[in-house]
Design a protein around this ligand. Structure first.
Ligand code: KIV
Length: 271
């Protein structure tokens, strides 16, 4: 039996067990109770309350506007829907960059008020001190390197990272720094599969890939992308497991038509 099938509640310990057994770790984002229930029932190991909610829930162009209070609000809803999965909350832009003390206070606030199992933050070597402080105080930290959506204005686009030797070496250095600082896992976003393979082979914590190829210890996607709800967003790393936008449009159109014609509600649907 796979390690994950035996797990009643996913923790950093069980993630490490899956990792050492060579079992891939499945992760998806979640932002609300109903979706979290379905994801949990399906056996997804980690639910990330990603700051991508700024894009897919709030309709912002970038992840920068979402606030810590909004992340906490959504995390509480997700946690209520989960029995088994580990819930990780993204620390949003400007909640951990200022001082180590502020970062720890904000991470602690997430843990104290939501029931999440840990936090994620973007950045490598420069975040080592913050990761060390948060994790040494008992809060599991997931790192995030490669493409960093919170720094999008610095790069000016969402192109893959680590495509030059120099940048690849820097990302590898970042991965080591995150591990040494105490992170229990690290997201590798949009980097060449070859580089992700090298990082995964070198680290002794799991790597979770998004657009980073098959050699990572696990995979993550934004749930709205894999469900086919974000039709205008088509990077090659997104596999559509459903076409819900089409399904939903059909359902809404049929509903409007039924209301207009009086076909809804019928006698059985009335009291
Ligand atoms: O915010 C998010 O959804 C993420 C994942 C894409 C890793 O950070």
């Amino acid at each position: 039996m796979s390690v994950s099938k035996k797990i009643r509640r996913v923790t950093t310990r069980s993630i490490h067990e899956m990792y050492t057994a060579g079992e891939k770790i499945s992760c998806l984002t979640a932002y609300d109770y109903t979706m979290a229930r379905l994801l949990d029932e399906a056996g997804v190991d980690i639910l990330l309350v990603g700051d991508s909610l700024s894009n897919v829930i709030q309709g912002n162009e970038t992840t920068l506007p979402v606030t810590l209070d909004e992340m906490i609000y959504h995390t509480k809803a997700v946690v209520r829907g989960v029995h088994r999965a580990m819930v990780i909350t993204d620390l949003p832009f400007m909640s951990y960059q200022n001082t180590v003390e502020e970062a720890f206070r904000n991470a602690g606030n997430v843990m104290k008020t939501t029931g999440a199992g840990g936090v994620k933050l973007e950045g490598g070597e420069k975040c080592a001190e913050v990761i060390h402080k948060i994790s040494i105080e008992g809060i599991p930290v997931m790192g995030h390197i490669g493409l960093l959506p919170q720094s999008i204005h610095q790069y000016g686009g969402y192109q893959p990272r680590g495509t030059t030797d120099e940048e690849a070496e820097r990302i590898l250095k970042d991965a080591r720094a995150i591990q040494d600082a105490g992170a229990f896992s690290v997201v590798l976003e949009k980097i060449p599969a070859k580089l992700a393979k090298r990082i995964t082979a070198e680290l002794s914590i799991p790597t979770i890939g998004i657009g980073a190829g098959v050699h990572c210890s696990g995979q993550i996607l934004v749930v709205f992308d894999m469900l086919g709800l974000t039709e205008d967003f088509n990077p090659r790393f997104v596999r559509r497991y459903a076409n819900l936008a089409e399904e939903m449009r059909k359902a809404f159109t049929n509903y409007v038509s039924d209301v207009k014609t009086g076909a809804f509600p019928n006698e059985q649907e009335s009291y």
